[in-house]
Design a binder for this molecule. Structure first.
Ligand SMILES: NC(=O)c1ccc[n+]([C@@H]2O[C@H](COP(=O)([O-])OP(=O)(O)OC[C@H]3O[C@@H](n4cnc5c(N)ncnc54)[C@H](O)[C@@H]3O)[C@@H](O)[C@H]2O)c1
Length: 288
């Protein structure tokens, strides 16, 4: 894709943070933008803010955890603009806790949004993009947490690793349809993500543990550090600008934090060491 001008873009989680910043910058580049979110108040604020800056966007209610809701929002997008070219699966939430402490409903909540929301988006929008044969693009917002694991972040890590793996596959699957794919992998970005539970339905504490333990002090300490890192994180507008540049250059992995490179290299070294260990064991040589 060489330009976003006149392209129709659907962005989930478009009511705030990275999604809103992407919406703003795409609208500035003359794309036709639909911001989709389940938080109607934030959507209304976003629309007002952008219109004060002379930018017109459409906004629509959409709960990405509900496939019917995505379908309805997609059809409304076709009603507004006739077609759709770019899907940004960006809505996401976070959750901390250690094994034995995390209610299963909380697990389902984050998987339904962070993973299934992306799957529903792709399943709904790919046929719509294919239908006009003009090509298109999908950006899935994962995270550095899709490459590097951190303590007490297992639900977030599990869903974001899944989004990275899923994106790596669909990139290959959609190449022939002229639909590009990128996976956005930021570390800390200054948004409201730390206030992520604002939209969480109040759920029971069903857990497989014999007795549910309260989150221990180390977990809340980790969360406190994360909040501090987010508050001093990257400007979402810079992340959005770089994301659009990477999409236009058809770069698959979109990294935003060069300092994380060494941590990635450590992971690769560890994987390589494990391979070299099994590679020296004669019992496994026949499998090569
Ligand atoms: N902020 C960071 O440090 C950071 C780092 C890496 C990745 N990310 C990822 O970036 C994405 C955007 O997050 P953000 O940082 O802009 O946070 P944010 O909380 O500002 O924005 C997330 C948006 O998603 C919406 N949302 C939540 N659940 C939804 C649902 N079920 N359906 C539709 N919309 C829903 C929220 O209402 C909100 O507007 C997320 O996927 C997040 O995991 C953020």
């Amino acid at each position: 894709m060489n330009s976003v001008e006149n392209k129709v873009v659907f962005i989930t989680g478009g009511g705030s943070g990275i999604g809103l910043a992407l919406g703003r910058q795409l609208a500035e580049r003359k794309a036709k933008v639909v911001l989709a979110d389940l938080d109607l108040q934030r959507l209304a604020q976003a629309k007002r803010l952008l219109s004060e800056q002379g930018l017109v966007v459409e906004t629509i209610y959409c709960d990405v955890a509900d496939s019917d809701s995505i379908k309805e929002a997609a059809l409304a997008t076709i009603d507004f603009f006739g077609k759709v070219h770019i899907l940004v699966n960006n809505a996401g939430v976070t959750l901390t806790g250690k094994p034995g402490q995390i209610p299963l409903n909380d697990w389902r909540w984050i998987v339904d949004i962070n993973l299934m929301g992306v799957v529903y988006g792709v399943e709904t929008f790919v046929p719509l993009i294919q239908s006009h044969a003009e090509g298109g693009y999908i950006i899935n917002t994962a995270s550095m947490a899709g490459h590097l694991a951190a303590p007490a972040m297992s639900p977030y890590n599990a869903t974001k690793y899944a989004v990275v793996g899923y994106s790596e596959t669909i990139k290959q699957d959609l190449e022939r349809d002229n639909i590009g794919v990128s996976v956005l992998c930021p570390a800390w970005v200054r948004t409201d993500i730390y206030n992520t539970e604002r939209n969480k339905p109040s759920v029971g504490s069903e857990s497989l543990g014999i007795e549910r333990e309260e989150q221990d002090a180390s977990t809340s300490g980790i969360w406190k550090q994360a909040v501090e890192a987010i508050e001093s994180g990257l400007d979402p507008n810079l992340v959005a600008e770089w994301t659009i540049e990477c999409m236009l250059a058809n770069r698959f992995y979109i990294f935003t934090h060069p300092k994380m490179r060494e941590m990635m290299a450590q992971r690769f070294r560890l994987l390589d060491t494990e391979f070299s260990t099994v590679g020296q064991d004669k019992r496994f040589l026949k499998t090569d």
